[in-house]
Design a protein around this ligand. Structure first.
Ligand SMILES: [Zn+2]
Length: 118
């Protein structure tokens, strides 16, 4: 099995409503998000890649256009834009473009990651 990953980043605000009012995530705040895409394959294409990293550049355009420097509650129309939600949402977007996608990881802080892996 071959596995490749590529990391992307964006900055955005969110507010997790429905939590106790004293929970820090219930307050409006922002993160410098990191997103890691993982693609896997048992075979390589004729160029020797699972997928050319350069083909993943359209994901950068997607996050730049849709989520960078935006308020995520408004972007997604929900008050539960957790790292887990973002990982699953980005996975669904990637799956339409690359069948080799196997997982998406999202980090909000230097010590935390959430992963969606069906
Ligand atoms: Zn947060």
């Amino acid at each position: 099995m071959f596995k490749i990953t590529k990391e992307f980043s964006f900055s955005a605000s969110h507010q997790l409503l429905g939590l106790p009012p004293d929970h820090p995530c219930a307050r409006l705040h922002g993160h410098n998000y990191l997103v890691e895409l993982e693609l896997s394959g048992t075979t390589l294409n004729p160029h020797g890649f699972v997928r050319d990293y350069r083909e993943l550049d359209i994901f950068k355009k997607y996050i730049d256009d849709e989520v960078d420097h935006r308020h995520l509650n408004e972007v997604f129309g929900t008050d539960f834009v957790t790292a887990e939600f973002l990982a699953q949402t980005f996975y669904a977007w990637c799956k339409k473009n690359w069948p080799e996608i196997t997982a998406v990881r999202v980090s909000e802080t230097p010590r935390t990651w959430a992963e969606y892996r069906p």
